[in-house]
Design a protein around this ligand. Structure first.
Ligand SMILES: Nc1ncnc2c1ncn2[C@@H]1O[C@H](COP(=O)(O)OP(=O)(O)OP(=O)(O)O)[C@@H](O)[C@H]1O
Ligand SMILES: [Mg+2]
Length: 174
C-alpha cells in the first residue's frame, strides 16, 4: 500500500480547530483503541487529547501528564492519557502495562508514542502534528496502522472533512 493510501492529512489554523478536529474523531474511536500522538514540543498533542477527551464525554480538564506518565479520565469511554517523553528505556514503557490498560475497554492516547514503537500493539492510529507556515498552522497526518484502523478510512475521512488537506490534484476524501 502506498503511504498516501494509509494517511489522511488535515490542516488547522488554531488550537480550537485542532481540538474540534479531535472531538470530531470521537465517534470513530472505540474500546481498546490506541492513538499515538507524535510531533515536536508544542505541536499540539495535548490540545488534540483535550479535544478527543471532550468528544468522549470527559468533563474534567485534560492537562499535560508529563510528570505522572499516565492520567485517567472518565467519559463515555475511559481515557488513559500518557506522555512518554521522559521515558529513557523501553523497560519503563513495558512497565506501563499498556495491554492491560487497553483491556479495560478504554482508549489510550500516548504523547511521544513513536518513541516506544517496539512495545506498542500492532493496531493504532498515528496522529502526527507538524508546524505549518503561520504560528497557529498545524498539519495533522492520521496514519492507520493495523487491520482495525485500516477498515476505518472512510469514517476517519468523513470526520476530518472540514479540515481535510487534499494533495495536489486530489479530490476531497468523501
Ligand atoms: N493549530 C493549532 N493546533 C494546536 N495547538 C496550537 C495551534 N495553534 C497554536 N497552538 C498552540 O500550540 C500549543 C500546543 O501545546 P500542546 O501542549 O498541545 O503541545 P504538545 O504537543 O502537547 O507539547 P509537549 O510536547 O510539550 O507535550 C498551545 O500553546 C496552543 O495554543
Ligand atoms: Mg503535551
Amino acid at each position: 500500500m502506498t503511504e498516501r493510501a494509509t494517511v489522511l492529512v488535515a490542516h488547522t489554523s488554531s488550537v480550537a480547530q485542532t481540538q474540534a478536529l479531535a472531538e470530531a474523531l470521537a465517534p470513530v474511536v472505540g474500546p481498546g483503541d490506541l492513538l499515538l500522538l507524535a510531533g515536536d514540543l508544542g505541536a499540539g498533542k495535548t490540545a488534540f487529547a483535550q479535544g478527543l477527551g471532550a468528544g468522549l464525554g470527559v468533563t474534567e480538564p485534560i492537562t499535560s501528564p508529563t510528570f505522572t506518565l499516565v492520567q485517567e479520565y472518565e467519559g463515555r469511554l475511559r481515557v488513559h492519557h500518557l506522555d512518554v517523553y521522559r521515558i529513557d528505556h523501553l523497560d519503563e514503557a513495558l512497565e506501563l502495562g499498556l495491554a492491560e490498560l487497553l483491556d479495560d475497554g478504554g482508549v489510550a492516547l500516548i504523547e511521544w508514542g513513536d518513541a516506544i514503537l517496539p512495545v506498542l500493539p500492532a493496531d493504532y492510529l498515528e496522529v502526527r502534528l507538524t508546524f505549518g507556515d503561520g504560528d497557529d498552522d498545524r498539519i495533522i497526518a492520521l496514519r492507520r496502522v493495523g487491520a482495525s484502523w485500516g477498515a476505518r478510512r472512510d469514517a476517519l475521512a468523513r470526520a476530518i472533512a472540514p479540515w481535510y488537506l487534499a494533495g495536489p490534484g486530489e479530490p476531497a476524501p468523501c
